[in-house]
Design a protein around this ligand. Structure first.
Ligand SMILES: [Zn+2]
Length: 197
């Protein structure tokens, strides 16, 4: 079957059934014929013309698509399926990379295993700690803004006001936002800053 698509008329390609044109070329043996699995039409091979020797066919490198509807439909379905598989694979790789990044950030954040279980969802509020809770929650709710202008949050207060719980919740949220978080009590953090300066 001589294929009428634009490739077969291209100066770089030739259809193996285009005998009129083929007689002007030297070429390697044409591979065994294949047939369309849907309409059984004989399918020709696409030959690549040697760009440095216009009278020679370099190779027969692929079957030329059949022009029947069933072939086109199946080819399109295959293309859609492959695109979906590629997208799913990329999505999976993206999630794995995110997971690795989060695990790394948690490891170097100094958040204890106990601390990792503390979230705003399971935070038990009462009259004593509601103020701290609201401050911590407000900080994470506006994290993008605080990150942008470099505003930090330090919890100072008496025992039992959930300073630690609040900082665990903040740290967890910040880490899941893919930002580096380093949890320390104020004295140790202060010492670390002094050493850096
Ligand atoms: Zn066909």
């Amino acid at each position: 079957m001589i294929n009428e698509n634009k490739d077969s008329k291209n100066e770089f390609f030739i259809d193996s059934e285009d005998l009129d044109r083929l007689k002007n070329y030297q070429y390697p043996p044409i591979p065994e014929a294949e047939h369309c699995p849907y309409c059984n039409k004989k399918l020709s091979w696409k030959g690549l013309i040697n760009p440095f020797d216009k009278n020679r066919i370099f190779s027969w490198f692929s079957i030329i698509d059949c022009d029947c509807e069933e072939y086109k439909k199946n080819k399109e379905q295959k293309r859609i399926l492959e695109a979906e598989e590629k997208r799913a694979k990329e999505e999976h790789e993206r999630k794995m990379a995110y997971q690795r990044k989060i695990e790394y950030l948690f490891k170097q954040s100094n958040i204890s295993k106990r601390g990792m279980k503390r979230t705003f969802e399971n935070y038990e509020t009462n009259d004593e700690n509601i103020r701290v809770f609201n401050m911590a929650k407000k900080y994470t709710d506006n994290w993008d803004k605080y990150k942008e202008n470099g505003t930090g949050l330090i919890f100072i207060g008496k025992y039992g006001t959930r300073k630690n719980t609040s900082s665990f919740c903040n740290s967890e949220f910040i880490t899941y936002s893919r930002c580096t978080c380093y949890l320390r009590n104020f004295y140790k953090l202060n010492g670390k800053i002094k050493r850096i300066i």
